[in-house]
Design a protein around this ligand. Sequence first.
Ligand SMILES: Nc1ncnc2c1ncn2[C@@H]1O[C@H](COP(=O)(O)OP(=O)(O)O)[C@@H](O)[C@H]1O
Ligand SMILES: [Mg+2]
Length: 207
Amino acid sequence: MIVAVLNSKGGVGKTTTALNLAIGRALEGRRVLAVDGDRQGSLLAAIAQREGRTPAIASAQYTDGQVLRQQVGLAKSVYDDIVIDAGGRDNSCLRAAMLLADLVVIPFVPRAYDVWALEDMQELLAEGRCVKDIDAACFLTMADPRGADNQEAASQIPAGMRALAVMVGRRKAIAESAGQGMSMLEQPGRDGKAAAELGALVAAVFH
Ligand SMILES: Nc1ncnc2c1ncn2[C@@H]1O[C@H](COP(=O)(O)OP(=O)(O)O)[C@@H](O)[C@H]1O
Ligand SMILES: [Mg+2]
């Protein structure tokens, strides 16, 4: 399955999500390719830190949409799952990933600017749907431990994307482990709640 983690807004947890989805599937024994479509190369850098660690995750970076489309097209016969992190701007990689994906996953943060940014994704999806049918699903990440903001943000999801029935909290352990190229799914003892949330995310996306 090809999953593209997309949001034209930066800092919403795309790279963290892509890393966790890739590792989550690799832990299930799937052959996974993680594709970094962001010039910043954070996903590639995170995975490079896994040197010697299992499961090993193959990764590649493409910063040109046409090359990304071509290479992912070739790789899909070799890998069970391909997870694409397409960076924060509305660029050629984002569009290519959107059209390649079996599912577009859109993380968003329960804050006003982030919720408004979903409308930008709605427009991009509408453009893409002139070319092909696109399944798109969003989920709340960096959610607050309490308060009404999560629910309010969830109620403002625009048409054209479904909501995954999962929520990932704002958790230090998730950010820290991602910085080491790891997922909390590999070290559930460190933060069981974080691991449970990420496990539910992997299941909602792939099953
Ligand atoms: N669930 C989370 N809890 C806490 N911090 C998070 C979480 N997800 C991401 N972060 C942090 O938020 C920042 C932005 O995340 P990142 O995945 O780089 O977003 P993007 O790729 O959309 O720019 C990073 O510093 C990351 O460590
Ligand atoms: Mg990123």
